[in-house]
Design a protein around this ligand. Structure first.
Ligand code: HEM
Length: 592
């Protein structure tokens, strides 16, 4: 009978130990001291391996008993680790993608697991049933510790600023969490989230989108002026920088970028080095990431001085939102509210820098990668152009289209959803600070960290439709999210599961026309997270991606000069990946 791998490992270590004992016994006195060290080392290794073998056995056992039991909610099975206290730190930092995939699945299914990490447990939640419970849970919110980590390491918030965040455990909702006792003016979590939601979900999300569209058109008008081919070394870079500038301008106004002409270039240099900051490399060991970060914050503070000097209430545009100095009500409100609660410019600039990066870091690569897929596939390009041209015969029609009109284009929407499914590999964190959260059969204890990575649910081929393997789950299929009422094999969900997962959709079914659908995908398609801590910028992001994709195919011809499109895994966990290489291309105004 073949021994399992871990038993083979133990057998080899035991054999080696036995051999060293024999050598000592046979008289190698000069080597005695070093052999003693060797023996101690090997004994430790054996103990660690034995411990690991034991933990692995208990894990497998509890997976079988726990996952099938219908008893009251329990903490999930504990994932084995080799080294006490450190837990899984080394494998998870060395190869996050592989480690998360291993810990998040068992026997081919996604599971929920408790992973020991630096003396604590991290609750990795990936099975769809539990993810759905997270989506609806009333006490789960973004853990303040994670927020503080990002502000400190990624955006350079000074210590005096972090203290204000540390003191607040009252949650992001208007009603403070029971058990918290924080004065209303110190409820920073609520103040931030209230502003995010008010500005980006209400009417201002449309005015922000309008400003984005104008800024995007202006940037391409000054770049591609006629129908002559223009060669570019890297089309990804060309798209990313222009979309990024337009998005930043739509929220923070034109003055920030006019005063700091290198801001967008610096922002993308910063984006390249973010993984070092997240891994906590100190300044003395790696000064460049810190230098770029400090420079960007300095540029933001220079803009504050200018906006304060020039802004008056009369500068606000007729829509009640935009203005040429601060850019939008979102920024004006933050300036007022955070200054009143004690933020100085260094603290404000860390906060604003975080928002600028959060807005662009996933939206910009998503739209750029979507365009690369479209322009490398002539049939897809022609189908999408036909859809866009039929809905918006002229460029002006498209420029004035509302987001509701864009949402009626099934292929465009499906490309958006498939790009986010395939390329968003983001960690999403949550916790329940004052009481345990019951999530179906599992329990997330009070103040513990729950985490998922969208990579796992997005690549669960027991759930997603691959059209009988024609479109594997790890490939881009532009039509994956289109349901064709005449084709029972269509749609994002495996046909045999569709009836169980999809409850409505009847209106669209009756029309007999193919339509875009994310119905039944709760817990399976989660690029923006879910529940209370869901991304507050998701509506703006969707508008930006849909509009820019339609804008590019409507107005430009692009010829890619490389067939290669490989995405780097270096940023795994931070969001949408970036191409691992340059994409040389030719671009010109579209020939009709
Ligand atoms: C494809 C595009 C985007 C993706 C995939 C995405 C994803 C996410 C996710 C998963 C989170 C939660 C992280 C966590 O709490 O663990 C988040 C937070 C956030 N996102 Fe987005 N996002 C996108 C676009 C945007 C845009 C366009 C904006 C701004 C207009 C934005 C602003 C924010 C902010 C401010 C937060 C932090 C909210 C908080 O403090 O809880 N995001 N995003």
């Amino acid at each position: 009978m073949a021994l399992p791998d871990e038993c083979l490992g133990l057998t080899r270590v035991a054999g080696f130990y036995y051999l060293t004992q024999k050598l000592i016994a046979f008289g190698f006195p000069a080597a005695h001291a070093s052999f003693t060290t060797l023996v101690i080392t090997l004994s430790c290794i054996s103990a660690l391996l034995l411990n690991y073998g034991w933990e692995l056995r208990s894990y497998r056992r509890s997976r079988h008993t726990h996952d099938q039991s219908g008893q009251e909610a329990r903490v999930p099975p504990r994932y084995p680790s080799m080294i006490p206290f450190l837990g899984n730190v080394i494998p998870f930092l060395a190869d996050s993608a592989n480690s998360i995939r291993k810990a998040g699945s068992y026997a081919g299914n996604l599971v929920t697991t408790r992973v020991p990490f630096l003396g604590k447990d991290v609750y990795l939640i990936h099975d769809r049933e539990t993810v759905r419970k997270v989506t609806k849970h009333p006490t789960l919110s973004s853990p303040m510790d994670l927020y503080i980590f990002s502000l400190k390491y990624m955006f350079g918030m000074p210590k005096r600023g972090l203290d204000a965040y540390r003191k607040d455990n009252s949650g992001p909702l208007s009603k403070p969490y029971p058990g918290s006792n924080v004065a209303p003016q110190d409820r920073i979590d609520y103040m931030l989230h209230d502003n995010f939601i008010r500005q980006w979900s209400g009417p201002h999300h449309s005015t922000t989108t309008q400003r984005f569209k104008r800024a995007l058109t202006a940037r391409f008008d000054s770049f591609i002026v006629n129908e002559q081919w223009e060669r570019v070394d890297d089309l990804y870079d060309v798209l990313a920088k222009r979309v990024s500038a337009a998005l930043t301008e739509s929220i923070f106004g034109p003055s920030l970028l006019r005063l700091n002409p290198n801001f967008i270039d610096d922002l993308w240099k910063y984006d390249d080095v973010v993984p070092y900051l997240v891994r906590g490399f100190p300044r003395w060991l790696m000064p460049t990431p810190y230098r770029i970060r400090d420079s960007l914050r300095g540029q933001i503070e220079k803009w504050y001085a200018y906006a304060r000097e020039n802004f008056t209430e009369d500068s606000i545009e007729a829509d009640g939102d935009g203005d040429p100095y601060w850019g939008s009500e979102f920024v004006r409100h933050f300036q007022k509210m955070l200054s009143e609660s004690g933020h100085d410019d260094a603290m404000l600039s860390a906060q604003d820098f975080g928002t600028i990066w959060a807005a662009g870091s996933n939206t910009v690569p998503s739209v750029s990668i979507a365009c690369l897929h479209i322009f490398r596939d002539p049939v897809l390009l022609q189908r999408l152009r036909a859809e866009v041209d039929e809905a918006f015969p002229t460029s002006e029609d498209l420029a004035s289209a509302s987001h509701q009109q864009l949402l009626k284009l099934p292929l465009l929407c499906s490309i958006f959803a498939e790009t986010l499914r395939l390329y968003t590999k983001v960690f999403f964190g949550f916790s329940s600070p004052h009481e345990d959260a019951v999530l179906g059969k599992y329990r997330l204890p009070k103040a513990q960290l729950g985490l998922w990575n969208s990579d796992l649910p997005h690549n669960d081929d027991t759930f997603w439709n691959t059209k009988s393997g024609q479109h594997p789950i790890d490939t881009f299929w532009a039509d994956r999210f289109i349901v064709d009422p005449n084709d029972p094999e269509s749609g994002p969900i495996r046909p045999e599961l569709r009836k169980r997962e999809v409850k409505t959709g009847l209106r669209e079914e009756k029309s007999k026309k193919p339509y875009f659908s994310t119905e039944g995908l709760d817990g399976a398609w989660v690029p923006y997270g879910a529940g209370i801590p869901i991304c507050p910028g998701r509506l703006i992001s969707k508008n930006v991606i849909l509009h820019t994709t339609a804008f590019m195919v409507k107005n430009f011809d692009v010829e890619l000069l490389t067939p290669k499109l490989e995405i780097s895994h270096w940023r795994y966990g931070l969001g949408v990946g970036r191409p691992a290489h340059e994409i040389p291309a030719r671009i010109r105004k579209r020939m009709q």
